[in-house]
Structures are given as structure tokens and as C-alpha cells.
Design a protein around this ligand. Structure first.
Ligand code: PMP
Length: 417
């Protein structure tokens, strides 16, 4: 286990400068300017602890897991399974075998759509998603609904970017089998009322999958308190390596689901006549996994867990409000997504300008933002826009980053007009 940064004393002050020192990439320059990294929604930067864990694994520990009697294989297996325990504890899963390692949020949602969907959806059944979903929480459901002759229903969003909860209540019915919604919108920053969504779905006899890709990096998640049936997220957005993610599921559901992929590790016994499957979590983990990814993700969780969560949340909300106010003072700038509850994500457009042009001019000034539809094309259609410029903040961003974004945006507006 990694030496995590010492927890700050209980205070609402978040020592962002101390935290920044743990992220080597933040001190580099881009286009001759200090890097201002505001594309955390796409992927987050990695603290030294994660980088060193990955490096050390390959130098000192590398072996395949679960199948070897030799020293390195056993060490790698222990480290990988300890990583599962770390993640399970962080999200308060009742048991670590309910925490499945995979490639990321997309992979987890596809697993549920494919395995649960194929066995539980009947013709005429309904799956509910929302207008603000990422494509990875739309397309897998469209695919399985088409195959099973089920229907996809969609919760509308308001002009501010909030889910229409009255419409949701109307959509829920006896044909609803599953509700798949995002916990936090990657494009709007909206934090959805997921407790309410889950309670209402359960009352209607439906299951709920939450897409937690954008929630974990900003808030502490307790899957038991939420009551989610499935919860998916990605390691790389949570300051861990790319190519690793987690699907949490209720034990009785995972137990009853057939394997998603066949191969090594997921079997108990293979003969040409009949193959029996391994127990959880291995039933859903065919083939050699991203071993170092899982171990690196646990290092990231250890790192984040050692920070003062309350102070971290207050710091991110400060960045959100400071940036919102400053951006709104730029003539012609309009923020897309003004929900009452938001994570530190701000999408905006400049009147008459294409988001790509604005993003390119920001990049020339060292400011990394995302531009485009953010894999939420139905949401862009809802607002009648081709895309947005999105600044997404992590806890290592500071007010100086906001100032740099605002100054660079002002200059971009001047250059484009
Ligand atoms: N859902 C949301 C809300 C996301 O923001 C993303 C990543 N942009 C995904 C799903 C997909 O995550 P990944 O590409 O890591 O599988």
C-alpha cells in the first residue's frame, strides 16, 4: 500500500498548493505557457503515488495472477485482490466480490446491458434513460432493447439542465425493468437526485444502474446508502490508470446473471460437453485483467481517501462558484447547465462562435478544455447547439487556474470578434 499524503487537520481549508505538488504533470508547460488543466471530466491527472505504484509493479512484481504457484504470481494476486478490497471499502460495498474489475464505465454498462438485459428483458418491457446520458449509457441500452424488442424511454431535462422528475414519475410503470441514469452529468455538471430516482424505481419494481463516471472524482459514494443495484465508474477519471474500471452490483443480481465473456479465470471446470462457471467476481472477469491498473487504482483511492473530504468538496464548490461568476461577466458568454446542484463542471458557449475555435485559442494559451458534444449528442440536440466548451475542475485546480481560463477566454473573444 502506498504512503498517502497526510490528512489535513479538520478544517474547511483545503491546502491546494500542497496537493498540487503531488501531481508532476501540473508543473509542465504547454505552448510556452504553464499548463492549466481543465479537462478532468475526460481524464484526471495522476498523483506521484499512482505513477510510482505502476512503475514499481513492473520493476518488481510483474506476473500473471490467480494461476501461479510461484512467488511473484502470488504477490501480484495478493496485491490485485487487496486493491479490490480497497475499492470495495471506499464505495462501502457489502463484499469485495461484488466489485468487478473491468475496463471502465463503458465496459460495466455493456456488461449489465448484455448479461442482465439479455436474461431479464422481454418484448414490450421498458428501460428508462435520460436526455443527459453519455452515449455509453444510451447505446448499450438501445442495442439490447432492439434485440429483446424492449422499449427505451427518456426522462426529459429542463432548460437549466435538471431532470424532469414529474415526467420520470409518469414514465415509471409496470413495464419498467430498469432505470439507467448518470449520477453527475459530464456535460452540464448537474448532480442528479439519485436517491429519489432509486427509491421511485424500486417502488415500481424496477432495477437501477447509476453511471458514476463523473461522480466518484467529486464526491464520496456509498453504494449501500444509495441503494443502487448497479454502479459503474472509471479508474482514469478517479486519478488512477486508464483501462481499468469498476462495476458494483447487488450480489443476488450478479449471482443470477450469466457470464458476459467466456475465457480463462471465469470457469470452474471446462469439458467439451459442459462448462461450469467460477464464483463472483471471477465469473465476470474473463482473461488476464489490467492487473497494474487495478493496483494503481487502489493507490489513487488511498491517495484521495487521505484527503479531507469535506474541505475538498468545499474547495471544488468554491472553484465552481468563482469560475461561474467570472465567466458570466464575459460579454456574449452563456453557461449551458445551471442546475441548483452542480459538480465543478462548467459548459459554455460564446455567441456566434464555434466551441472548437474557442477551445483552440484557449489551448494556444496553455488552457486545456474540452470542446464538442462530450458524447452527449441527444443533449446537444435538446439545446439546439453543436457543442460546448467545457471546463471541468479537479481538487488540484486553484483560483489561479480559473483566472487563467477567464483571461484566456476574454482574449479568445477579442481575437474572434
Ligand atoms: N459516462 C460518463 C458520464 C462519462 O463522463 C464518461 C466518460 N466521458 C463515460 C460514461 C465513459 O467512460 P469511459 O470512457 O471511461 O468508459
Amino acid at each position: 500500500m502506498q504512503q498517502a499524503i497526510a490528512p489535513a487537520t479538520k478544517t474547511t481549508h483545503f491546502d491546494v498548493e500542497r496537493v498540487r505538488a503531488y501531481f508532476p504533470i501540473l508543473s509542465r508547460e504547454v505552448n510556452g505557457c504553464p499548463l492549466v488543466y481543465l479537462d478532468n471530466g475526460a481524464t484526471a491527472q495522476k498523483p506521484r503515488q499512482v505513477i510510482e505504484t505502476v512503475d514499481r509493479y513492473y520493476r518488481d512484481q510483474n506476473a500473471n495472477i490467480h494461476r501461479g504457484v510461484h512467488h511473484l504470481s502470488q504477490r501480484a494476486t495478493s496485491a490485485y485482490e487487496a486493491a479490490r478490497e480497497t475499492v470495495a471499502a471506499w464505495i462501502n460495498a457489502p463484499a469485495s466480490h461484488q466489485v468487478l474489475f473491468n475496463r471502465g464505465t463503458t465496459d460495466g454498462i455493456n456488461l449489465v446491458a448484455s448479461s442482465w438485459g439479455r436474461t431479464n428483458l422481454r418484448p414490450g418491457d421498458e428501460v428508462i434513460v435520460s436526455t443527459m446520458e453519455h452515449h455509453s449509457n444510451i447505446v448499450p441500452w438501445q442495442m439490447i432493447c432492439e434485440e429483446r424488442e424492449a422499449k427505451l424511454r427518456v426522462i426529459p431535462v429542463s432548460d437549466k439542465g435538471e431532470l424532469d422528475m414529474a415526467a420520470y414519475a409518469d414514465l415509471l410503470g409496470e413495464r419498467t425493468r430498469l432505470v439507467a441514469v448518470t449520477h453527475v452529468s459530464n456535460t452540464l455538471g448537474t448532480v442528479n437526485p439519485v436517491r429519489e430516482i432509486i427509491d421511485q424505481a424500486h417502488a415500481a419494481g424496477a432495477r437501477v444502474l447509476l453511471d458514476g463516471a463523473q461522480a466518484l472524482p467529486h464526491m464520496r459514494i456509498d453504494v449501500q446508502a444509495l441503494g443502487a443495484d448497479f454502479y459503474a465508474f472509471s479508474g482514469h477519471k478517479l486519478f488512477g490508470p486508464t483501462g481499468v474500471g469498476i462495476l458494483y452490483g447487488r450480489e443476488e443480481l450478479l449471482d443470477a446473471m450469466p457470464p458476459y465473456q467466456g475465457g480463462g479465470d471465469m470457469i470452474e471446470r471446462v469439458t467439451f460437453e459442459k462448462t461450469t462457471y467460477n464464483t463472483l467476481p471471477h465469473k465476470f472477469e474473463a482473461g488476464t485483467p489490467n492487473i497494474v491498473g487495478g493496483i494503481g487504482l487502489a493507490a489513487a483511492v488511498d491517495y484521495v481517501a487521505a484527503l479531507d473530504q469535506e474541505a475538498l468538496a468545499a474547495h471544488e464548490q468554491d472553484l465552481l462558484h468563482y469560475a461561474t461568476g467570472a465567466l458570466e461577466s464575459i460579454p456574449g458568454l452563456g453557461i449551458v447547465g445551471t442546475a441548483a446542484r452542480k459538480a465543478s463542471v462548467i459548459s459554455f458557449n460564446i455567441a456566434g462562435q464555434h466551441p472548437f475555435d474557442v477551445g483552440t485559442l484557449l489551448d494556444q494559451q496553455g488552457v486545456a478544455v474540452r470542446t464538442g458534444h462530450h458524447c452527449t449528442q441527444p443533449l446537444m440536440d435538446r439545446y439546439g447547439i453543436p457543442g460546448t466548451v467545457r471546463a471541468s475542475f479537479a481538487f488540484y485546480n486553484n483560483r489561479a487556474d480559473v483566472d487563467a481560463l477567464v483571461d484566456a477566454t476574454r482574449r479568445a473573444v477579442d481575437m474572434l470578434s
